[in-house]
Design a protein around this ligand. Sequence first.
Ligand SMILES: [Zn+2]
Length: 424
Amino acid sequence: MWIGIDDTDSAQGGCTTYVATEVIKELSNKFDLIGFPRLVRLNPNIPWKTRGNGAIALHFGHGYGKKFEIGHIGKKIYAYEKGINKFEDVSEELEKIIHARAFLEDEKTNPAFVICRKKPSYSFYKKAVRSIVTIEEAKMETKNCIYKAYKNGRGIIGSVAAISWKPYDRTYELITYARKKWVDEESVIKMDKECKSCFDNYDYENKYIAIMPHANSPVLYGIRGEDADELKKAMGIVISSQIERWIIFETNQATDEHLQKKKIKDVKPYESVIVKGIVKKEPHVIKGGHVIFSIYDGNEIECAAYEPTKRFRNIIKKLRKGDVVVVYGGVRKKPLTINIEKIKIEKLAKVYEKMENPICPKCGKHMKSMGRGKGYRCPKCGIKAGEDKARYEIVERGIKPGFYEVPVVARRHLAKPLKRMKLS
Ligand SMILES: [Zn+2]
């Protein structure tokens, strides 16, 4: 059976992954875990969800084949490569855990769990990671399932979507939990340098430990990587306060599965898009330090590198009218803006700068401009010359075509780092 859980945490605390460890602890006495527990990130632009928007899927049954250690929750936790499905109504156990661990009093926390015999359709996941789905649509997928949705019932969406994910592309995250929160910065840097398949651990530019959560979380740290075994090695390198439990999740993080290629006229709020266009309005800085420009493909849309993207903004500021770019990012509703996660500069426009006004053929003096686009005129002789008669030089742009991404500190869970795109 598949168990899906969503929306148990709140800004005040908790973490749905912690609830997952409680479920694993409880149910591993009766069942085997088949495959890794899954942490599935869904549409990051949904305004009523926390930034993380992550849900959990667990596959329980009777395991066989290769057995591997995936965590420690009071005892060693194993998962099996393969398994025979077993179905049982474990809703009583799940309810108990949710009542104890979910932040039900928070208005924005609307938990749910689903117990399914088989996986719902993959297309449901695709819709939930890329756009907005309704509670009714989620319920359509839960025929023959046992579920419980608390409060406004929204948690059912993530619960079903997490189960319906198929790991065509995947990464792993090893999450540790502790009461006391302390991590040695130097050891994180050491781990980052030694464990080549791990990523987004440390932001060297902003001196930021990216493996630690923001606040009010039972999580001590989470290390991301391509290889589950190397994550265990990485945990061994990081020096921290006493770890109470740890577990490795298989995830859709860093896969870009939230993105879809679109024409500007088809871009909708709360989606995440890949849009190709020509720079129309040149970058300008607005209040708060955000950098805004627009691109055009027959229609026009604004793009933004917000202040938290730090030095990434310096790249964006160098864009000029006529540059051909592909923008990757989430769409904000008002004003309709693409919040850039990464950008590919395909072609830089030739930008000319005027070095000198034309010289009068009669008196040899410099002519004067008659206003923007109106040509030149000699103040002495009255002879006129066109705009093109001035002397121009090509401007050194200071950027090169290629991919640029926001720093680790501003990275979204689903955004695929360039390191994973095998570009370098
Ligand atoms: Zn003259």
